[in-house]
Design a protein around this ligand. Structure first.
Ligand code: GLP
Length: 244
């Protein structure tokens, strides 16, 4: 299902409404949180809802999608730091209810195996995802297998460049990351894909309107039985069939 919205704020509201519905049905739900600029409005809205007592997060758990290799949770550019700032602290999700990938693990493969086993045990109720301009999903770059699990990946040059604003320089942007695989992501009960702005229009059209193909990792979402896409008109501008 595609929810077409007129503004990023309305998109954040719609997505917050979906997440709240999951939490009300299952207060001990596990929610998977994406990073990046796209979900920030949603996270602000979730924090507001919690402050106003509309949604109770006290029994909920959180998981992450991905993390840069080499960055521990104390590193300001780590996704763990982002999630602490924008999600875990504002929603009051305690450390023992948040399982995040450790980019500073000494044995990265063991960390990925640990994470995958934890995901399989927990079973994620709703996973929030964004989409990269090259169609990446989490850090699954073009060519990633659709049955892939959590693993160490090389980042595409365009992904490293797109993430420059947060990491400040290309040299400081790690060339590798840990990421949930597409197979891991597809196991979540519900998927909420957020896409805002014209820069995402090509990737969104490739993901939703083209044949499912590993050349566009996000096209794997078409395989998911419970997918909601929340997109603004700019991001949806190149969709041919589903919206207009
Ligand atoms: C990053 C993250 C993805 C995110 C995507 C889009 O590299 N690994 O999980 O969805 O890129 O980011 P943004 O929302 O900032 O455009």
């Amino acid at each position: 299902m595609i929810e077409l919205v007129d503004s990023v704020d309305t998109g954040a509201d719609r997505a917050a409404h979906l997440i709240a519905r999951v939490l009300r049905a299952a207060p001990d739900a596990t929610v998977g949180f994406a990073t990046g600029a796209t979900p920030l409005g949603l996270y602000r809205r979730l924090a507001d809802d919690r402050r106003q007592g509309r949604v109770d997060w006290s029994c909920a758990s959180a998981v992450a999608l991905d993390e840069y290799v080499g960055l521990g949770p104390q590193h300001p550019d780590s996704f763990a730091a982002y999630l602490a700032q924008h999600v875990l602290d504002p929603l009051g999700i305690a450390a023992d209810r948040a399982d995040l990938l450790r980019g500073d693990a000494t044995d990265l493969d063991a960390e990925c195996a640990r994470y995958e086993a934890a995901l399989a045990r927990t079973s994620v109720d709703v996973q929030i995802v964004g989409i990269g301009r090259n169609g990446h999903l989490a850090f699954n770059e073009p060519g990633s297998p659709f049955d892939g699990l959590t693993r160490v990946v090389e980042l595409a040059p365009e992904t490293r460049a797109a993430n420059l604003p947060s990491l400040r320089s290309l040299e400081k942007t790690p060339a590798r990351a840990l990421t949930q695989g597409i197979g891991s992501i597809l196991r979540a009960r519900h998927l909420v894909l957020l896409a805002f702005g014209a820069a995402k229009s090509g990737a969104l059209a490739a993901a939703l309107d083209s044949p499912i193909d590993t050349a566009c990792p996000a096209s794997a979402v078409q395989l998911h039985p419970s997918l909601t896409v929340v997109a603004d008109r700019a991001a949806a501008a190149r969709l041919r069939t589903r919206v207009r």
